[in-house]
Design a protein around this ligand. Structure first.
Ligand code: BGC
Length: 776
C-alpha cells in the first residue's frame, strides 16, 4: 500500500519526483473522454520506467492465442485494445542536451489531475547535466466536447541562461503493445504528411483493418525556423528557438484521432484537417473553458459530497471521474474495459463487470440511453453469442455470451478460469431486468430484451444435466465468480442465476405477448421458439434444480464439496502469505477454502428480496471470513450486504478498500492501470450500501446510515425523469426533488410524495439491528 498521493477534495496530487512511482502515477493521472484516452506519460522524452499508452475506443487487434496445449473450443485469439499513435510527444533539446527527467536534477515536481474541470497539469524545475535550468508547465486534456480531440499547452522558461532550445512536436505511430503475444507490432502505415504547422499519420491495424488518422496542429509563442521530419510511422516539426532567460516559450499542440469506425477510410485525412482547424480556431482557453463546463454538467448529476473526511471525498470523486472519462454512452458499439484507457491489462475487452457492476452506476447517474446503449451492445452481438454456443455443441438458438470480448466473439485466454465462468450469461440477463426495473422501459423487452432472454434461457436449458442419483438437475464443470475454484459442480450462484434467467424469461414472454401480440408472434416465428414445449422444459428445470445447502450451518454451499476443505479463516492466515495469488501455488489455492471474490454473496446481493435477513446474515457470517477479496470487484458487494445487516463498521472498512484501491495502490497493481469497473462498485457501496438505495415496486427506497467518521454525505440520482438529492446526516435524512415530475420515494419504510423543488426530512433510524457478533 502506498501513500504518496496528497489529499485534496477535487484534485489528485503528486508532489516531488519519485521515479519508482511513475508507472502508478501514469495510471492514476490518465485522461479520457469515452472516445479516446491515454496514460499520463510525460510529453518530453523519458528514459526511466514508463508504459506508453494512447488508446482509441473500439480499435483492437486479435492477437493469436498463446497456450501450451491447444484444446477444441479455445478461441483463436485474444483481442487487445491497441496502443495507438502517441500524440503527446514533445521533445525538448536544451543546448544540445535532451530534456529527460531520468537524467536531470528535478525539483518542485508536481502532477495534478483536476477532476472538477477535467485536465492534467504538471510543473517542474529541471537542471540539465550542463547546468541549464528550466521551469516547465504542461497542461493537457482529452476534450469532452470535441471527443476526437485533445490539446496540450507546454510552457518552458529558461531560468539561468539564454541560448538555443529546440522543440520537436511529433506524432509517433511506431508503437507496440507491452502485452503483444508474439512481440509483433500491430499497425502498418497508410500515409503521412507534414504541414508548416503540423502533420498527420494514418495507420491501419493488421488483421482487423481499422484505420486511424492522428494529427497535430500547433502554435508557438516565439518565432524560429521550423523543419519537418518524416520517418517510418513518424512525423514531426522541429522548431529552433533562441530562448531568452526568464521568457516563457509556449507550444500549444492541438491533436485529433479519427477512426474508420466513424468515417470512410479515404476521407479520414480531410476530416482530420477540418477537425484540427476547428479546434485550433477555437483555441486552448476556450477549449479549456468548455471542458470545465462539460465536467460541471457531469458533476451536477454525479457528485457525491462527503463532509468530514477529505480522503474519502477525494476517493469517491476519483472513482466517478474515471468512470465518466471511460464511458459516455454515446455509441452502442463501445463498452467499458476493466482498465478503461489506463492500461493494457484485460485487453480493453468487455467482461461481465459491465452488466454486474457498471450498469447500476450509469442507470442512476446518466441518461437512460447510456445504459440502454450498454444493453444494445450485447443485443447486437446476439448472433455471435449463438455462434459461440454452437462452437461448443449447443444448438437451436442457444446463446453463450463471451466472458471476454471486443466484437461479440469469445476471446478469453484461459479455459478453466475464464471460459468456465458461464455465469456471465446470467449477468447479461440480469442487466436487462435491472434496466427495466429502474427505468420502467418495458418497451425494451418487446424490442430487444425478450430475444436475448430466450437465447440465454435456451443455453441454460441445454447446459443442465439430469442427475439420476439426485433425481434433480445439476450444472457441472463451471467456475463461479470465485476464480480460486475451477471446474466445480453445482456452483450455487450459477445454478441460482440459471433458474432465475429461465423464470424471468417466462415472465417477460407473458408480458410481451400480452403487450404486443403481433411483435411477439413475429419474434417467436423468427427464432423458432416453441413456446409450449420450451416453456415446459424451463419450468421443469426451475422446479427440479439442485442447490447445495448445509442444514446445520443454514448456508448455501458455494459448490459441491466446499465443506470438505480445511476451514481456516482468513484472519488466521499470516499477512506474509497474502495476496494468495502472488504467494501460493495455484494447486494450493484451488484446494483451499479461500474465496477470491463474492460468489454466494453475489447471488444474495442480486436477489436479496428472495431471502430473509437471517438467511443473508448466516451466509455473510460464513463466507465473509473466508473471502480474501483479491478481485477489486469483491469488497463492494460485501459492503452493501454488511450495510444491510447493520454491520456498519465492516461496511465502511470494505468501502475504504474499494474507494482508495488505486490511489493507495492497495493490491500493488495500479501500475497496470486503474480498476475502472470496480470503481462503479465503489459508487454502489455509498449509494446502495450507506444510502441503502433500492428499487422496489417501481419506487426508489432508501434505508441509510452515516459512517461514524463522516459528518454527512449527499448524492444525486436520476429516476424516471426526476432528479433527486439525498443527504444523510447523523440524525436525519433529507430527500429533495431537484427537477422533474412528482415522485414517490420510500425512506426508512415510509412513503413520501415529492413535487419538484420539494423535499422531506426524516429522522434517521437504523432499520436493521446491529450485528450481534461477527465471526471475524
Ligand atoms: C475477476 C473477474 C473480472 C475480471 C475483470 C478478475 O480478476 O475475478 O470477475 O471479470 O477480473 O475485471
Amino acid at each position: 500500500m502506498k501513500n504518496y498521493i496528497k489529499v485534496d477534495e477535487w484534485k489528485i496530487i503528486e508532489e516531488g519526483f519519485e521515479p519508482k512511482y511513475n508507472l502508478i502515477s501514469e495510471s492514476l493521472f490518465s485522461l479520457g473522454n469515452g472516445r479516446m484516452g491515454q496514460r499520463a506519460n510525460f510529453e518530453e522524452a523519458y528514459s526511466g520506467e514508463t508504459l506508453q499508452g494512447n488508446y482509441v475506443a473500439g480499435v483492437y487487434y486479435p492477437d493469436k492465442t498463446r497456450v501450451g496445449w491447444w484444446k477444441n473450443g479455445y478461441p483463436e485469439y485474444f483481442a487487445k485494445v491497441l496502443n495507438a499513435a502517441n500524440w503527446v510527444g514533445i521533445d525538448v533539446v536544451i543546448d544540445g542536451e535532451q530534456l529527460d527527467l531520468a537524467k536531470c536534477e528535478v525539483s518542485s515536481f508536481r502532477r495534478e489531475l483536476n477532476m472538477k474541470e477535467g485536465y492534467l497539469k504538471r510543473t517542474f524545475h529541471a537542471k540539465t547535466t550542463k547546468g541549464k535550468e528550466v521551469d516547465v508547465e504542461a497542461v493537457r486534456f482529452c476534450s469532452m466536447v470535441d471527443d476526437e480531440t485533445g490539446v496540450i499547452r507546454y510552457t518552458i522558461t529558461p531560468v539561468n541562461f539564454s541560448g538555443p532550445i529546440t522543440i520537436t512536436s511529433f506524432i509517433d505511430g511506431d508503437v507496440k503493445n507491452k502485452d503483444s503475444n508474439y512481440d509483433e507490432k500491430f499497425w502498418d502505415e497508410v500515409s503521412k504528411a507534414s504541414w508548416s504547422d503540423g502533420g498527420y499519420i494514418q495507420m491501419r491495424t493488421r488483421k482487423t483493418g481499422f484505420e486511424v488518422a492522428t494529427g497535430q496542429k500547433f502554435t508557438v509563442s516565439q518565432n524560429g525556423p521550423i523543419q519537418s521530419i518524416e520517418k517510418e510511422k513518424y512525423v514531426a516539426s522541429e522548431i529552433k528557438l533562441d530562448a531568452v532567460q526568464g521568457q516563457a516559450i509556449t507550444l500549444t499542440k492541438y491533436a485529433a484521432n479519427l477512426s474508420s469506425q466513424n468515417y470512410p477510410a479515404n476521407t479520414l485525412v480531410a476530416e482530420l484537417e477540418k477537425t484540427l482547424k476547428a479546434i485550433s480556431a477555437k483555441g486552448f482557453e476556450k477549449m479549456l473553458a468548455e471542458q470545465a463546463e462539460a465536467w460541471d454538467k457531469k458533476w451536477q448529476h454525479n457528485d457525491i459530497i462527503i463532509k468530514g473526511d477529505a480522503s474519502a471525498q477525494q476517493a469517491i470523486r476519483f472513482n466517478i471521474f474515471q468512470l465518466n472519462q471511460t464511458y459516455t454512452g454515446e455509441d452502442d458499439r463501445l463498452n467499458i474495459g476493466p482498465k478503461g484507457f489506463t492500461g493494457e491489462k484485460y485487453g480493453g475487452s468487455t467482461y461481465w463487470d459491465t452488466e454486474a457492476y457498471c450498469v447500476p452506476f450509469y442507470l442512476a447517474t446518466a441518461d437512460q440511453k447510456v445504459t440502454r446503449n450498454l444493453l444494445l451492445y450485447r443485443y447486437k452481438q446476439l448472433g455471435k453469442a449463438i455462434d459461440n454456443a454452437k462452437l461448443l455443441g449447443f444448438k437451436d438458438g442457444a446463446a453463450l455470451y463471451p466472458m471476454v470480448t471486443m466484437d461479440g466473439t469469445e476471446c478469453h485466454n484461459e479455459w478453466e478460469i475464464t471460459f468456465e465462468e458461464i455465469h456471465r450469461n446470467g449477468a447479461i440477463a440480469y442487466a436487462i431486468f435491472n434496466y427495466v426495473r429502474y427505468t420502467g422501459d418495458e418497451q425494451y423487452l418487446v424490442d430487444y430484451g425478450l430475444e436475448v432472454l430466450i437465447a440465454i434461457a435456451r443455453f441454460w436449458a441445454q447446459r443442465v444435466n439430469w442427475s439420476e442419483d439426485k433425481q434433480l438437475y445439476v450444472i457441472l464443470g463451471v467456475t463461479g465468480p470465485n476464480e480460486y475454484e475451477n471446474n466445480v459442480n453445482n456452483n450455487w450462484y450459477t445454478s441460482t442465476l440459471a433458474t432465475w434467467c429461465m423464470k424471468y424469461t417466462l415472465e417477460v414472454a407473458e408480458k410481451v405477448e400480452a403487450a404486443d401480440k403481433t411483435r411477439f408472434d413475429a419474434l417467436v416465428a423468427r427464432i423458432n421458439f416453441d413456446k409450449q414445449k420450451e416453456s415446459a422444459k424451463f419450468r421443469d428445470i426451475i422446479e427440479r434444480m439442485y442447490y447445495g445447502y448445509d442444514a446445520e450451518l443454514g448456508i448455501f454451499l458455494q459448490q459441491d464439496g466446499y465443506l470438505d476443505k480445511e476451514q481456516i479463516l482468513v484472519k488466521d492466515l499470516p499477512a506474509s502469505e497474502r495476496p494468495l495469488n502472488q504467494k501460493w501455488s495455484w494447486d494450493r489455492i484451488l484446494r483451499s477454502c479461500y474465496i477470491k471474490q463474492a460468489d454466494v454473496l453475489q447471488g444474495l446481493y442480486f436477489f436479496e428480496e428472495n431471502y430473509d435477513t437471517d438467511t443473508i446474515r448466516r451466509n455473510y457470517d460464513f463466507y465473509e471470513p473466508r473471502t480474501v477479496h483479491e478481485s477489486s470487484l469483491s469488497p463492494c458487494v460485501h459492503a452493501i450486504i454488511a450495510a444491510k445487516l447493520g454491520d456498519e463498521a465492516r461496511a465502511y472498512e470494505f468501502y475504504l478498500r474499494t474507494s482508495r484501491l488505486d490511489l493507495d495502490d492497495y493490491n500493488n497493481d495500479t501500475e497496470d492501470g486503474c480498476h475502472i469497473t470496480s470503481m462503479a462498485g465503489t459508487w454502489m457501496s455509498v449509494v446502495e450500501g450507506f444510502g441503502g438505495m433500492r428499487v422496489r415496486e417501481g419506487k426508489l427506497s432508501f434505508d441509510p446510515f452515516l459512517p461514524e467518521k463522516w459528518q454527512s454525505f449527499s448524492f444525486k440520482v436520476g429516476f424516471r425523469g426526476t432528479s433527486l438529492n439525498i443527504t444523510v446526516r447523523k440524525d436525519q435524512v433529507s430527500v429533495s426533488n431537484l427537477s422533474g415530475p412528482e415522485i414517490k420515494v420510500v425512506i426508512n419504510n415510509q412513503e413520501h410524495s415529492l413535487a419538484v423543488n420539494n423535499g422531506v426530512v426524516v429522522k434517521s433510524v437504523t432499520l436493521y439491528p446491529p450485528m450481534p457478533n461477527s465471526s471475524k
